[in-house]
Design a protein around this ligand. Structure first.
Ligand code: NDP
Ligand code: AOF
Length: 382
């Protein structure tokens, strides 16, 4: 099920704190950065916080700039992004400014928290309470936001507990961190990220920029997911594989495919595309794997991303790509598109891989991107 693009946004002190322990919210951003945050809000379909932030900060979470609100309205969007709250307890103050400002609100809670949240918000026609089960399942929250509220871009404004869970579970697409030039120094102050197990490796730095006296750093988590569930980083790499497919020399008799092989820690091991380097028959996965030393110990925990599922049979080479992947020891493949019958009827590379113990993850929301360079082969519809 598709998810929105999830952007974590936070301002932190030099010692990694989100706030101090005083009664007032600590302003870490300066005026220029608050204006940047307003711009990010205006570009989002929804803004999510945890109930801890609602209690601590009395947030309104609105787009402040009238010009940005007018731009949204002119584009046919609601003037304000949807406000999203997560709570386990359902213990909500109905008098909080959060409820009386902005547009629609959605409250995601547990079966246990729902009756209390519903009681607190009784009479509010602009707030929906959605129980998602005995525990708060983040994937269910994201799927519901995508499917029911049509949220494609979700900004998460904290606090630490929410940011920690989304980064740890591989559901964050981007982190926007404003580093403020002050030190809180209080060991009891809330931190951005708590202790625990995070995806391995380094995040990818996308941008740094001074904004007034804070430094904005934008990162993308790129360590692939594990097992059959897709992570945000899986979407990042699959999109790249689909873009690589556009680099293939045109052909009337073979698909254009892109592939990337990525180590467990997010290091790109190799990439390839069909017919690259003047070889008229080479496939994308084959080209990428050929660039990696077969004894590279990282292969066994690597993920192969391929815009089209790896081939199961071929005439032009002795081994199809599904067999090459198995022989390389790779145990996870993420793909956008099952092979149609165009050239090989009943090809089932995913089945060959699964029979060999590989987790095959299909993300059909990327199929249009994967098929785009192949329209001339598909006779209208794939
Ligand atoms: N500098 C910055 O950019 C920002 C700073 N902050 C600061 O962060 C602090 C608040 O952070 P924090 O205390 O971590 O609070 P959060 O805002 O992360 O909210 C935590 C609460 O959200 C609900 N929740 C979160 N995850 C789950 C789950 N898996 N299941 C059920 N309920 C869940 C629970 O609500 P319940 O208790 O109702 O069950 C939980 O107590 C404040 O001091 C605030 O000022 C906040 C945002 C941005
Ligand atoms: N303190 C702090 C932030 N705090 C965030 O701002 C939210 C309140 O925004 P508003 O409703 O517009 O007042 C609050 O819930 C919390 O998520 N954000 C930042 O970018 N920088 C900061 O220094």
């Amino acid at each position: 099920m598709p998810h929105p693009y999830v952007l974590l946004s936070a301002a932190v002190s030099l010692d990694g704190c989100l706030d101090d322990t005083g009664p007032e919210r600590l302003l870490l951003s300066g005026p220029e950065d608050f204006d940047r945050v307003d711009e990010v809000r205006a570009a989002s379909d929804a803004i999510l916080i945890g109930a801890g932030t609602l209690r601590a900060d009395a947030p309104r979470l609105v787009v402040r700039s009238p010009a940005r609100r007018a731009e949204r309205a002119a584009a046919g969007r609601p003037e304000f992004p949807l406000k999203v709250l997560v709570t386990g307890s359902g213990d909500l103050d109905p008098a909080a400014a959060f409820w009386g400002t902005g547009g629609r609100k959605a409250v995601y809670t547990t079966d246990r928290g729902a009756p209390r949240a519903q009681a607190a918000l009784r009479g509010r026609k602009d707030a929906d309470v959605v129980p998602v089960g005995p525990e708060l399942d983040w994937r269910a929250v994201l799927e519901h936001l995508y499917a029911v509220h049509r949220v494609r871009r979700l900004m998460v404004e904290g606090g630490g507990s929410v940011h920690t869970q989304l980064l740890r579970s591989g559901l964050a697409d981007e982190l926007q961190l404003a580093v403020a030039p002050l030190v809180v120094g209080d060991p009891a102050a809330p931190r951005l990220f708590g202790p625990g197990a995070y995806p391995p490796g380094r995040l990818r730095l996308e941008e740094t920029r001074p904004v007034g006296d804070v430094v904005l750093a934008r990162y993308r988590p790129v360590a692939p997911g594990a097992g059959p569930l897709a992570s945000a980083a899986d979407r990042y790499w699959l999109e790249l594989a689909c873009e690589l497919a556009r680099e293939c020399p045109p052909s009337g008799t073979a698909f254009s495919v892109g592939a990337v092989v990525v180590a467990e820690d997010g290091t790109e091991l190799a990439r390839g595309h069909s017919r690259e380097g003047g070889d008229p028959v080479v496939h994308a996965e084959e080209a990428a794997l050929a660039k990696i030393d077969p004894s590279d110990a990282r292969l066994s925990a690597a993920t192969v991303y391929s815009s089209l599922e790896p081939c199961a049979r071929r005439a032009s080479r002795p081994a199809p790509c599904a067999r090459l992947i198995l022989a390389a020891g790779v145990r996870r493949v993420v793909t956008a598109w099952r092979e149609p019958d165009t050239f090989v009827p009943g090809a089932d590379g995913s089945g060959v891989l699964a029979a060999g113990g590989v987790d095959v993850v299909l993300l059909p929301e990327f199929q249009d991107l994967a098929t785009a360079p192949n329209g001339h082969l598909l006779g209208g519809s794939p």
